[in-house]
Design a protein around this ligand. Structure first.
Ligand code: BES
Ligand code: MN
Ligand code: ZN
Length: 493
């Protein structure tokens, strides 16, 4: 794990690489001014040649020459950077120096609120990689990150950022892992290891218990799979809890579509279909690590969606945990079936707010593309989630839950059916989820798009992104600080 330390003046320090930020128009901070001056007059022309103006996404590396830094990296931060700009700049810089054992930076001095924490998050996530299955040993990554001229508060904040980045990395690892190495039993084992290390209570239900407890949605989806399902519940229960948040994550470790089978190309990335569960595990780890004074319950229904001889059939009717029945017309609309049980279980435990995260619909990607999550739910909860996402630097967009669309999921034989018309597919799915949240303030994030990145960009690597971890942590923090805005979230005030 990387060590984050405070350093003094740039001229007195030394490291393999130095990362400095540049505002648009090439305005450097004092460390950047010093570096530019010490490098020499050629730098201006060099940056001209590279068309470096200090815009977000721009990065130029130069040899450090006589400086006590072998490499100097200039990264663009734009006009007036906020924490997310700093996070992205740090990620970009981190990617330019992955083999440098020691790196110094002044990015935390960018003047943005939360900059020091963002530097650590961006730097660590920028150097994230998944190479568990490569035969060559991993080349080493940066071991020490020095924040030049930082105070204790900056270092403290950066270490919190590192904790958050570890949670995001855990989620990325789980998503990037192939389905053959993460059957529900293994996912539950990893969750147990994490929860025990973090001092949280965890309960894992096996297939027998899942059936006995009436989790008909999860059971139905699991019937076609050789690997048995699991239902994981994790509790972070500090004595000084202010408010109670439940988070539910879709945990389809592989989605073949079931008998309503997907075309081959659509299956290629379906190991990603447990990204909601991964975000729940990663976030719970951070929340416990931070010791946030808020009760948090994490629920993850875990199963494969496969086509075995015992698989559920289109036309089958399932009874969810809360007694409501669902006609399964398309076995590929399985996420809502397992979430029905997860949400019902959450409601039973009396949380002030429920947030679910699910790679739920391709329709949401059609609507918002692959970088923005769809946000649905009741006004109190969605406002809190919107603010949390904004603070965390994750992109969400509010979508409607029109009551008159509910009839589109009316079933001829059951309380509802699991598909609706193709148009508004993300809404139809969210309307089904709404049947299982009772009166609890509830928000649903459809993360089908942002759970996975098709290309590397700033602190995002190609593959699993860990999307949602930072928003959950920010939401839990807001509740802990009485800022979440729901009446019940402030009940302890
Ligand atoms: N896991 C998929 C949604 C998905 C698609 C996530 C692409 C990420 C990328 C989900 O289980 C699914 O298959 N949804 C169907 C629903 C339809 C059958 C009503 C979809 O979106 O096509
Ligand atoms: Mn599906
Ligand atoms: Zn799915």
């Amino acid at each position: 794990m990387i060590e984050i330390v405070a350093g003094g003046a740039a001229a007195e320090g030394a490291a393999d690489a130095l990362i400095v930020g540049s505002l648009q128009g090439r305005a450097f901070d004092p460390v950047g001014e010093w570096a530019a001056g010490a490098l020499g007059d050629w730098l201006g022309g060099y940056l001209d040649d590279a068309d470096f103006q200090g815009k977000p996404g721009q990065v130029v590396s130069v040899p450090g020459g006589d400086l006590p830094y072998r490499t100097v990296v200039f990264v663009g931060m734009g006009e007036s950077p906020d924490a997310e700009d700093v996070r992205q700049a740090a990620g970009l810089g981190a990617r330019a120096v992955t083999r440098a054992a020691s790196v110094a930076t002044s990015l935390h001095g960018a003047g943005a609120d939360g900059a020091a924490r963002a530097v650590a998050e961006g730097f660590l996530l920028g150097q994230y990689r998944f190479d568990r299955h490569r035969s060559e040993p991993k080349p080493a990554l940066t071991e020490t990150l020095t924040l030049l001229g930082a105070g204790d508060g900056d270092v403290e904040a950066a270490r919190l950022g590192a904790l958050v980045a570890e949670g995001v990395a855990m989620a990325r690892d789980l998503v990037n892992e192939s389905a053959m190495y993460k059957p529900p039993v293994e996912m539950a084992r990893i969750a147990t290891e994490m929860a025990e290390a973090a001092g949280m209570r965890i309960e894992v239900w096996d297939e027998g218990r899942i059936e006995a407890e009436g989790l008909g949605g999860l059971r139905g989806v699991s019937l076609g799979a050789a690997n048995p399902p699991r239902l994981v519940q994790i509790w972070h229960e500090p004595e000084d809890a202010r408010g109670f948040l439940a988070i539910v994550g879709k945990g389809i470790v592989f989605d073949s579509g079931g008998l309503s089978i997907k075309p081959a190309a659509s299956m290629e990335t379906m190991k990603t279909d447990m990204a909601g569960a991964a975000a729940v595990f990663g976030a719970m780890r951070v929340i416990a690590g931070l010791g946030l004074p808020v009760k948090v319950l994490g629920i993850t229904p875990l199963t494969e969606n496969m086509t075995g001889g015992a698989a559920q059939r289109p036309g089958d009717v399932l009874t969810a945990r809360n007694g409501k029945t669902i006609e399964v017309l398309n076995t590929d609309a399985e996420g809502r079936l397992v979430l029905a049980d997860g949400l019902s279980l959450a409601v039973e435990q009396g949380p002030d707010m429920i947030l679910d995260l699910a790679t739920l619909t391709g329709a949401c990607m059609i609507a918002l593309g692959d970088k923005i999550a769809g946000l649905f739910g009741t006004a109190d909860a969605t406002e809190a989630v919107q603010r949390a996402a904004e603070a965390a630097g994750e992109r969400v967009w509010q979508m409607p839950l029109p009551a008159d669309y509910r009839k589109k999921i009316d079933s001829d034989v059951a309380d509802m059916k699991n598909t609706g018309p193709r148009y508004g597919g993300a809404i139809n799915a969210a309307l089904l989820l709404q049947e299982f949240v009772g009166d609890v303030p509830w928000a649903h994030l459809d993360i089908a798009g942002p759970a996975r990145a098709s290309d590397a960009e700033h602190y995002v690597q190609k593959g699993g992104t860990g999307f949602g971890v930072r928003t959950i942590v920010a939401l839990a923090s807001a509740i802990a600080e009485g800022r979440a805005g729901t009446a019940s979230g402030n009940a302890a005030d």
